[in-house]
Design a protein around this ligand. Structure first.
Ligand code: PHE
Length: 374
């Protein structure tokens, strides 16, 4: 086959680019060329009759009939012939192309029909496994927490991760000079805000959404805010620069500490089981008064003391307290009329505790070996 194609192109010059009407007119034996075309026809038909599979047919189609196939090459060269030769050779080449194409499709139909009737599906063969994605353990806990709070009538809100110094600190009673800023170092953004000040930073907690939500929805209000936060940490197994928190805020008339305690107790029981106890110890956060640490009986030792809880029997899990009057005011809520509580869970830490993840960096690593375990 190749040989024939080769001889057509070379040395007779019957190939793309090399053929010149001049050469042919000067005595290229028209008859010889016709013979070659006829031979090509014969050869193609012969090969076609032997082609028994769809795959082979496709190969032949490309080789002979395709855009770069041998017949097309010849047809392309016809334009360089003299008028008379053009007519004669062109006509012949076209007839051959049509004949061969017709035969080709006839055989193709036959082969395809046969293949369809002989192929069958072996249902006993092992199937192809469809890879499924996995939820990150943090997302699992987040969904659980959202469900719990939605069932108690809370709305789920969102806030910007790129936050202003005002919402992240100032509105939460943490002025520029306050030492509480040291505990939450973050990534500052070297772009000025609309007022021309360097005021943007990656939020260090979800608490700024407390003020944003009060400004937007007013009081009374029940809202939870899951979201990413950032701290400028030297990362190790216990510290990660990106962490997830779960904020809660409830504002209404006559809200007191017992309401907060009731809700935190419920969360503990839901997450770690009905035996879980809550302990609240005083802790300072500038945006609550009084402030507290929510601690639950250790989920591993159930309070007896183990490595996880550093033998204390308790795990520190949430920061919480009654919303400071200054923060209510920043949110446009009158502290004489309303009071409220707020809490912030470390979702990342919750996921670590619940699933026994011993390295804080894994949750954000995108490592499938890790993720596929959940
Ligand atoms: N925002 C605090 C933190 O990131 C947690 C907190 C939230 C404390 C709400 C009190 C009230 O540490």
């Amino acid at each position: 086959m190749r040989g024939l194609a080769g001889s057509l192109r070379n040395p007779s010059g019957f190939g793309r680019g090399s053929i010149e009407g001049k050469t042919l007119s000067r005595g290229f034996p028209l008859k010889c060329m016709k013979n070659k075309l006829e031979n090509l026809r014969k050869q193609i038909l012969e090969e076609l009759s032997k082609a028994k599979s769809g795959e082979l047919l496709r190969e032949l189609e490309i080789k002979y009939l395709g855009r770069k196939g041998e017949l097309s090459n010849i047809l392309r060269a016809v334009k360089d012939l003299s008028e008379k030769e053009k007519q004669e050779i062109g006509l012949l080449a076209n007839t051959i192309k049509n004949d061969v194409s017709a035969k080709f499709y006839e055989i193709k139909k036959e082969v395809e029909g046969k293949e369809a009737s002989t192929s069958f599906i072996d249902v006993t063969l092992p199937g192809k496994k469809i890879e499924q994605g996995h939820l990150n353990p943090i997302s699992i806990i987040q969904a659980e927490m959202e469900d719990l709070f939605i069932s108690m009538g809370f709305m789920v809100a969102d806030g910007p991760e790129l936050e202003s110094d005002y919402y992240n600190f100032e509105a939460l009673n943490i002025p520029k000079t306050h030492p509480a800023r040291d505990m939450q170092d973050t990534f500052y953004i070297d772009k000025k805000n609309a007022a021309g000040e360097y005021d943007l930073l990656m939020r260090t907690h979800t608490s700024p959404v407390q003020v944003r939500a009060m400004q937007k929805y007013g009081a009374p209000l029940k809202v939870v805010v899951p979201g990413r936060c950032y701290r400028s940490e030297a990362t190790d197994a216990r510290h990660e620069h990106t962490l997830c928190q779960f904020e809660g805020l409830l504002i209404d008339k006559d809200i007191n500490f017992s309401h907060l305690k009731g809700v935190l107790e419920l969360v503990g029981k839901k997450l770690f089981g009905p035996e879980t106890k809550l302990r609240m110890r005083p802790k300072f956060y500038p945006f609550v008064e009084p402030g507290t640490n929510g601690e639950y009986t250790c989920l591993l030792c159930k309070g007896k003391g183990c490595r996880l809880c550093k033998n204390s029997g308790w795990l520190e899990i949430a920061g919480a307290g009654l919303v400071h009057p200054d923060v209510l005011r920043a949110g446009g809520v009158d502290p004489e009329k309303y009071s409220g509580f707020a809490f912030g869970f470390g979702l990342s830490r919750l996921a670590q505790l619940k699933y026994g993840i011993d390295d804080a960096r894994l949750a954000m690593s995108g490592d499938l070996r890790f993720l596929s375990q959940f």
